[in-house]
Each structure stands twice: as structure tokens, then as C-alpha cells.
Unconditional design. Structure first.
Length: 290
């Protein structure tokens, strides 16, 4: 029996959250084409044969001087330092320089490389990309092509990861799929709905706070507040006669119901808090409830 922690790292938009959802076969992590969609660590527990793999999806590695981005980078860096195995995810389209930047962090734990989105290219393109990594063959333990959509090589990937986990009793009940607080998953689903329904500029200056969750046998009541930093953005989130926020709420409710397997009554409010994403104290309180 083996049990251990695996940090999923890589640049933004490499497909880390998609791979996590794919391996778990359940959507718990936010997925978006927008950069830096993942703001919090999301844990997924996967049982493979008699082994327990605890995956940690982290914010994307990137260079930024913005307070919010820097805080997310710190979360990713701490995750790299405190795990048994690292899963470095790169899109088939990513430059090899992203991996070189990762190596410059001097990761102590063994790591595997996953080349994601291989279903989108011809075999020749994949072979060329794999060859680019050969000069680093002494650094990584394995390099595996993967498709989060088609789940190519899923079993191979899990088998390889288990090799580098320690012999250890289960950390969590094998029936659990995540240790992440439900509130964090719910608010990420609402944030994802915001990403899908608003223009590029708005989501980065918004965040979601879960104010109330009341679970009954046949229905769960959720009250949440969308935090915006300008009056104009608040107006856009609400939309004319509340059309936009209703659409956001409808999309978010569907996502939450699918995971919760229960009817959801979701109420959304919008609160104006100027420059919340530029103040470190506000950031920690809003993003991580600190």
C-alpha cells in the first residue's frame, strides 16, 4: 500500500485542472481558457489499485509583479516544496523554456512530465515535441503523452506516479474524492461561470465569497457575493435588468448540482470593493479566508 501527495504544476493554461478532472473522472477544478483561472489549491483523492494518490492542483507558474498573481505563485511554490512527487504539465504547444524555468526552481521531489492536448496534433508533432525533452532525460523520471479529453495513457500515468510514492497508510477515507472545502469548490464554479459569461477584462478583478450554505435532504441553499472593484464592472456583472447575473447564476447552479447530486437554490449578490486585488491583506482574506 502506498499513499502520497502529488503537486500538479506548469504554466497557466497548460491544462492542469483538466487533467485533474480527467483522472478523477469528476469535475471539481475550475477550467477556463482565461489565464490564471485557478486561484486556490484544489485536492483530489484518486484510488488506484490499493494505492491512494492525493493530487494538488495549483495556480499556474508565471512571472508577475501584481499582488494577486504573486500570492498565487507563492501557493504553487509551497506546493512544490511539500509533496512526494511533482507532475509537470506542459501543453503540446508549450515552449521548452517553460520546463527549463521549472528546473531552475531546483525541485527536490522526483517529477514526471505530462505532455497534454496530444489529441489535437498529428503524431509527427508529438514525436518532435518529445524529442525536445530528451536532453533533460536525467532530470525527469518519465515523460507521458496525455489527452484530458480522451484519457490517453491514464493507467500508465497512474502506474508511473505510484512508483515514486512512499509506503504509507491511507491519509484519507478511500470513499472521499477531495479534501477541499465545499465552499471553495462552489465559489470556483461560480467564478468559472463569470469567466464564461463576461468579457476578458472583468473576471480578473472579480472574486466570489460564499456567505451561506444550508444543506437539506432534497435541496441545498447557497448565498454568494461576487466582489467587483469598479462601478462599471459591477454594472456589467448585473447586466441590463439583471440579465447577466441571472445567466451566471443559472450556469453556476448547473455545475454545482452536477457535483452535489442535489437540487441547488443559488442566490447571487454583487458587492463593490475598490482595489481589493491590490491589497495583500484583502487578498488573503478574500482568496484564502485568512
Amino acid at each position: 500500500m502506498k499513499s502520497g501527495f502529488i503537486s500538479i504544476v506548469g504554466r497557466t493554461n497548460a491544462g492542469k485542472s483538466s487533467i485533474l478532472n480527467s483522472l478523477l473522472e469528476e469535475k471539481i477544478a475550475i477550467v477556463s481558457h482565461k489565464q490564471n483561472a485557478t486561484r486556490r489549491k484544489i485536492n483530489a483523492i484518486i484510488m488506484h489499485q490499493e494505492n491512494q494518490l492525493i493530487f494538488i492542483d495549483t495556480p499556474g507558474l508565471h512571472v508577475s509583479s501584481k499582488s494577486m498573481n504573486q500570492l498565487m505563485i507563492d501557493v504553487a511554490m509551497k506546493s512544490i516544496a511539500d509533496c512526494d512527487v511533482i507532475l509537470f504539465v506542459a501543453s503540446i504547444y508549450d515552449d521548452i523554456k517553460d520546463y527549463e524555468a521549472f528546473l531552475s526552481l531546483n525541485p527536490k521531489a522526483p517529477h514526471l512530465i505530462v505532455i497534454n492536448k496530444v489529441d489535437l496534433v498529428q503524431k509527427e508533432v508529438l514525436l518532435k515535441k518529445l524529442s525536445e525533452y530528451t536532453k533533460f532525460s536525467t532530470c525527469f523520471k518519465a515523460i507521458i503523452p496525455y489527452s484530458a479529453k480522451q484519457k490517453f495513457y491514464k493507467k500508465i500515468l497512474l502506474n508511473e506516479l505510484v512508483k515514486y510514492l512512499p509506503e504509507h497508510p491511507y491519509y484519507f477515507d478511500p470513499d472521499f474524492i477531495t479534501t477541499t472545502n465545499k465552499k471553495d469548490i462552489y465559489r470556483d464554479f461560480i467564478l468559472e461561470a463569470i469567466y464564461e459569461n463576461l468579457s476578458d477584462e472583468i473576471p480578473y478583478s472579480t472574486e466570489v465569497r460564499i456567505d451561506r450554505v444550508k444543506e437539506l435532504d432534497t435541496i441545498t441553499y447557497i448565498n454568494a457575493t461576487i466582489i467587483s472593484d469598479t462601478k462599471s464592472h459591477k454594472a456589467m456583472i448585473l447586466g441590463k435588468e439583471g440579465v447577466t447575473i441571472k445567466r451566471i447564476g443559472k450556469d453556476a447552479r448547473k455545475k454545482i448540482e452536477k457535483l452535489a447530486q442535489n437540487k441547488i437554490m443559488l442566490k447571487l449578490f454583487v458587492h463593490l470593493e475598490k482595489n481589493w486585488h491590490k491589497n495583500e491583506q484583502s487578498l488573503k482574506k478574500i482568496l484564502y479566508d485568512e
